[in-house]
Ligand binder design. Structure first.
Ligand SMILES: NC(=O)c1ccc[n+]([C@@H]2O[C@H](COP(=O)([O-])OP(=O)(O)OC[C@H]3O[C@@H](n4cnc5c(N)ncnc54)[C@H](OP(=O)(O)O)[C@@H]3O)[C@@H](O)[C@H]2O)c1
Length: 314
């Protein structure tokens, strides 16, 4: 069993490659009797179908947002659309490549400086590649983007944003039980696109439930959300038959966005932890991802891989 996450020193953050930085003192505002503003909701993959839909659903509820997008230009266009429709909602933008750990470290460090509290972290980013691609750090792109980047980002924010509590963490995924090949996590020996993609979604579930166990005494929560089959650009590199199926049965992302916003905000779900939401219903997941030994094995393997990317210039 991996150790508990350490509690950070109040007001100071130590960021690899950045040294020790001061955090904004929002506690001062509380002590002076100024009400704390509502903490923003962080959404990754906000240029995608599900990410943009949940951003819009939350903006409709007047929730402040921080959008994490892969590129600045993609993010700016989503920001402009949201600001035009909801001019009174605070929307901030950060950009970083979730498949590139040094980029995740840099953007997460910036994020915690500008934004010491978060209402929720909603992991919507995801990628499927037809061929095996390597990131500049030598990681297989789907494993890196769909699992390792969110793992690192969540770990950094949970370790350091002590005033963020209570924070909900929601992973947008599917009930995958595709096996994790621990002996070949980077798919160097064997790579097949769909099984590798499905494994990266299994990894996401194993991490989400391992996190939920660590949060079992509250007040943080970690849950998984399945949006249903949604028409999006995710499968653009998938075989034509998969794309055709998704087009035929997929729906627009709006409804998934509304349900996801509900999972991230509903007062009635404040203590829901370790759940798999299918839309607004609680569903079940395969035994494979509930296996504690496997969850911990992946956690430790992920920590080991991350330690090899420390200080990597990329
Ligand atoms: N669509 C479905 O039917 C379905 C079903 C179950 C689960 N899901 C899950 O839902 C999530 C969202 O899927 P979607 O359908 O909305 O897909 P999408 O439209 O393709 O959106 C994917 C998002 O991830 C971002 N992204 C990709 N690589 C990234 C990177 N390296 N760093 C940062 N961001 C990156 C994309 O940014 P760019 O636009 O810049 O590339 C985009 O915003 C995925 O995790 C997916 O597995 C989807």
């Amino acid at each position: 069993m991996a150790r508990d996450w350490p509690t950070p020193a109040r007001g100071r953050v130590s960021v690899p490659g950045y040294g020790v930085l001061s955090k904004p003192d929002s506690a001062g505002a509380v002590m002076a009797g100024v009400p704390d503003p509502e903490p923003p909701y962080l959404i990754t993959g906000a240029t995608g179908a599900v990410g943009a839909a949940v951003a819009r659903a939350l903006a409709r509820e007047r929730k402040p947002l921080v959008l994490w997008t892969r590129t600045r230009t993609g993010g700016q266009s989503v920001c402009e659309t949201l600001r035009a429709e909801f001019p009174d909602v605070a929307v901030r933008l950060v950009d970083g490549d979730l498949g590139h750990m040094s980029s995740v470290r840099k953007t997460a460090a910036e994020l915690e400086l500008v934004c010491p509290r978060l209402g929720a972290i909603i992991h919507c980013a995801g990628v499927l590649t037809r061929l095996r691609e390597e990131t500049p750090e030598g990681l297989e792109r789907m494993f890196a983007t769909n699992h390792l980047g969110p793992f690192l980002l969540t770990r950094m924010l949970c370790e350091r944003l002590e005033r963020a509590r209570p924070t909900r963490i929601v992973f947008v995924s599917a009930a995958s039980a595709a096996p994790i090949h621990f002996e070949d996590l980077q798919s160097r020996r064997t790579f097949r696109a769909l099984p590798a993609f499905a494994s990266s979604k299994t990894a996401q579930l194993l991490f989400a439930f391992a996190l939920a166990r660590r949060f079992s005494s509250g007040p943080w929560t970690s849950n998984v959300f399945f949006p249903g089959v949604v028409r999006s650009g995710l499968l653009r590199e998938a075989p034509w038959i998969v794309r055709a199926f998704s087009r035929a049965v997929g729906s627009a992302a709006d409804r998934a966005g509304d349900s996801l916003a509900w999972v991230a905000t509903a007062a009635s779900l404040a203590s829901a932890n370790g759940q798999f939401f299918e839309g607004t219903r609680i569903g079940s997941t395969p035994d494979y991802v509930q296996d504690v030994g496997r969850q911990e094995r992946l956690w430790e393997a992920s920590e080991r891989i991350l330690s090899t990317t420390q200080g990597h210039a990329g």
